[in-house]
Design a protein around this ligand. Structure first.
Ligand SMILES: CCCCCCCCCC(=O)SCCNC(=O)CCNC(=O)[C@H](O)C(C)(C)COP(=O)(O)OP(=O)(O)OC[C@H]1O[C@@H](n2cnc3c(N)ncnc32)[C@H](O)[C@@H]1OP(=O)(O)O
Length: 218
């Protein structure tokens, strides 16, 4: 599996894509609520047994036809792309905290509301989830700056526990050295700065080779 796999050009119109978003977005949102309810429920045992049967029925319905591969990245003719399976920003992924990343003046920023499903230490966000958010937003900052890459190294400094609830994550490109993009980012809550990170994003050799190949005169 390489960085070049899983990318697909699609012929769908904007209207078709919007219709898909209207179909799948609410499903994802409902399943996200279900995840939270599953973690937090204190319902009576018979309600839990009944809920399980309903969930299994829903899963069987959804599973009645499956895509042949995970969603990947789909590119439209107008250059827009969809990574709807992505673990952080995927519109079709109910475990994604669904960061909606905004880019302004070189700064990538996003907010998320991390509920009980993301708990690590009591009342606090799991450190791996903090790293997950940082990986995505640092990678997004590199991508948006036109110097994308795969995460080679991600270094996270956890300054204080990240309380469950609203978080703000930010990132920017610090510098570019050859094929390596160095990005830095932070996680804040109402308690202040909780984590800082530096990531080194490397444009893989095969992509470099492909770019060099395409750039060659005929
Ligand atoms: C909206 C969309 C936004 C998208 C955001 C996405 C965010 C999420 C990103 C991810 O989660 S990516 C998934 C996790 N990462 C991986 O799976 C990467 C797995 N590793 C690899 O694919 C390769 O090891 C890697 C591309 C990182 C490097 O392979 P190369 O064959 O291109 O490296 P090469 O040996 O040619 O070295 C090129 C340069 O990179 C440096 N380098 C290589 N591996 C490195 C590494 N791991 N960390 C830091 N630097 C590294 C290496 O020293 C060298 O530096 P110099 O040019 O200065 O000599």
């Amino acid at each position: 599996m390489s960085m070049l796999d899983g990318h697909e050009a699609e012929r769908k119109t904007r209207e078709q894509i919007e219709a898909e978003a209207e179909l799948f977005g609410p499903l994802t949102s409902s399943v996200r609520s279900l995840i939270d309810a599953t973690v937090m429920t204190d319902a009576a045992p018979e309600h839990i047994v009944r809920a399980r049967a309903l969930v299994e029925e829903a899963a069987a319905l959804l599973d009645s036809r499956r895509m042949s591969a995970p969603f990947g990245t789909k590119w439209s003719a107008d250059g827009t792309r969809r990574s709807w399976g992505n673990a952080v920003i995927g519109l079709r992924n109910p475990i994604a905290p669904l960061l909606e990343v905004a880019y302004e003046d070189g700064l990538a920023s996003a907010e998320a509301d991390l509920g009980a499903a993301y708990e690590g230490p009591p009342g606090l966000v799991h450190g791996g989830v903090v790293a997950l958010l940082l990986d995505q937003i640092l990678g997004g900052a590199a991508d948006h700056a036109g110097v994308p890459g795969m995460t080679g190294t991600l270094t996270v400094r956890y300054r204080k526990g990240t309380r469950l609830g609203p978080v703000r994550v930010t990132a920017r490109v610090d510098r570019v050295e050859g094929v390596k993009t160095f990005a830095v980012g932070r996680v804040h809550t109402a308690d202040g700065l909780c984590a800082e990170a530096e990531g080194i994003f490397v444009l893989p050799r095969e992509v470099r080779d492909m770019v060099a190949e395409m750039g060659r005169p005929q």
